[in-house]
Design a protein around this ligand. Structure first.
Ligand code: ARG
Ligand code: ZN
Length: 472
């Protein structure tokens, strides 16, 4: 249950004002959104989280999740109160040890009022005790918590965290994570990073996961279920942990034949993108009905549907490419989604070439030719698709066409220098489409505004001349 703050009457408010020390009067509420143009309520203002410690217990039979989140943060403004994004029921909040008032507001806001206002630059520890049935929670009419016959999974983009931990839910505020989850013996809990340890008592097994590099909230994942777990190492020595639901039926073989190649594919990607940004690797395939995969950090989420036609290494390439393009270098705002999806798609084209199944140029020619000028595909602007079209096929395919056009404009040497340089330049940070254009101009020494405008910002099919100039 959320405790409600009773609004003070006018008289009480007046006397309250008198009681507030002069210094505190300048403190104001943190904004309920971080300022994303597509999603104004996502994330929050006034503070920055550096670490999430989640200590949880999940019962698959009832889909009940409970536990404690401890957030380490620092204020960036003088704050009288601040928000987190969250949907489950909160029973207690403490700020720097003292009980704090809190209430639910909006679609997914948890408003927290500390006992004493927080000055700018203060180190803050927020402890939130909570419980709930994630599958019963919706925001804006949907849920990102997927129940499975033997558990549940949190994986979606851009929204996933609200169903399992309170957060500052925007890629601009990355943090490290310790995720410790107790599940019934015989069941596994899968999350990001390395498995530090497991322990068992009283019929429950605890899994302690650690993700020790900055991680965006939507890239944090939790999956509980009955999995077959495989372990190994990449040639370069990075530990790999993969997990396959025991319940994948006919898709089991193809899922495993694909995701077991994670280490090999990550090593192949380093030739194009430079060193792998993390110290753990893997993938997991729960028994969910969703159609998409997701680049959850270090350990992508795959849905069984991706493997319905046999092995699909292309989707593995896509999600692993995101570890550089999306996870390490993240969008500054959600409208910058092309810096994720355009590149992850282009990596699939490079893989096709590697596998002898068609070169990037051949695929680009095919995509360009197979979409007539009146195809709504061309009305989507990959550089600013709008929230409804954020994951439109055009962001991916036209987005990769833009990269082929860029490659032809600046030549292979500069293009591949760029592909490798970008994940270094903005490692573990955030960037915009304009940052990428500027970087491309810097590397190539060419003005590229017109090319970017044609391929990313016009709601129409680039002319045959533009395509010929780009050798498409
Ligand atoms: N980044 C994911 C991928 O390309 C896409 C997730 C799409 N999300 C969704 N709810 N459809 O692999
Ligand atoms: Zn993607």
């Amino acid at each position: 249950m959320h405790r409600r703050i009773t609004a003070p009457g006018a008289l009480a408010a007046a006397s309250l004002l008198l009681a507030i020390p002069a210094s505190a009067a300048s403190h104001s509420p943190g904004a309920p959104g971080i300022g994303d143009p597509y999603y104004p309520a996502y994330g929050n203002g006034g503070y920055d989280v550096s670490h999430y410690d989640l200590r949880l217990k999940y019962q698959p039979v009832t889909d009940r999740l409970e536990g404690t989140a401890t957030l380490l943060a620092r204020t960036t403004e003088d704050l009288s109160r601040f928000n987190l994004d969250f949907l489950l029921d909160v029973s207690e909040v403490r700020v720097n040890g003292a009980p704090a008032r809190f209430r639910a507001s909006g679609e997914h806001e948890l408003e927290i009022t500390p006992k004493t206002p927080l000055g700018k630059g203060t180190a803050v520890t927020v402890v939130v005790r909570y419980s709930g049935v994630p599958s019963q929670q919706q925001a804006y009419g949907f849920t990102s918590w997927h129940r499975t016959p033997d558990g549940g999974v949190a994986a979606n983009e851009p929204e996933a965290a609200w169903w399992w931990f309170p957060s500052n839910d925007h890629p601009l505020d990355k943090a490290t994570y310790d995720v410790s989850v107790q599940v019934p013996d015989g069941t596994q809990a899968i999350s990001n990073g390395t498995l530090q340890s497991t322990s068992s008592r009283l019929g429950w097994t605890r899994y302690n996961w650690r993700s020790n590099k900055p991680q965006a909230t939507y890239l944090a994942t939790l999956a509980v279920g009955r999995f077959d777990v495989t372990t190994g190492r990449t040639e370069s020595g990075i530990p790999v942990i993969n997990a396959y639901s025991k319940d994948l039926g006919d898709n089991y073989g193809a899922a495993r034949a694909s995701v077991e190649r994670t280490g090999e594919i990550a090593d192949w990607l380093t030739e194009y993108f430079g060193p792998y940004p993390y110290n753990a690797l893997g993938g997991y395939v729960p028994n969910v009905g969703t159609g998409y995969a997701l680049e959850t950090q270090t350990r992508p989420f795959y849905s069984p549907r991706q493997f319905a036609n046999g092995a699909n290494t292309s989707v593995v390439v896509h999600e692993l490419a995101h570890q550089w393009y999306g996870d390490s270098v993240s969008v500054a705002a959600w409208r910058d989604i092309w810096i994720n999806e355009g590149f992850a798609r282009y990596a699939q084209w490079l893989w096709s070439e590697h596998e002898g199944e068609g070169t990037a140029q051949e695929i680009a020619d095919y995509v360009y030719a197979s979409r007539p000028a009146d195809d709504p595909f061309w009305t989507v602007k990959p550089g600013d698709p709008g929230p409804e079209r954020q994951f439109d096929i055009a962001v991916y395919d036209r987005g990769a066409l833009a990269l082929q056009a860029l490659r032809n404009e600046i030549g292979d040497e500069d293009f591949f220098t760029l592909l490798k340089g970008w994940p270094q330049r903005y490692a573990h940070g955030n960037a915009t489409v304009a940052d990428f254009r500027r970087y491309a101009e810097e590397v190539s020494g060419k003005p590229l505004a017109a090319l970017f405008d044609t391929w990313l910002y016009q709601p129409s099919k680039p002319s045959v001349t533009a395509a010929r100039d780009a050798s498409i």
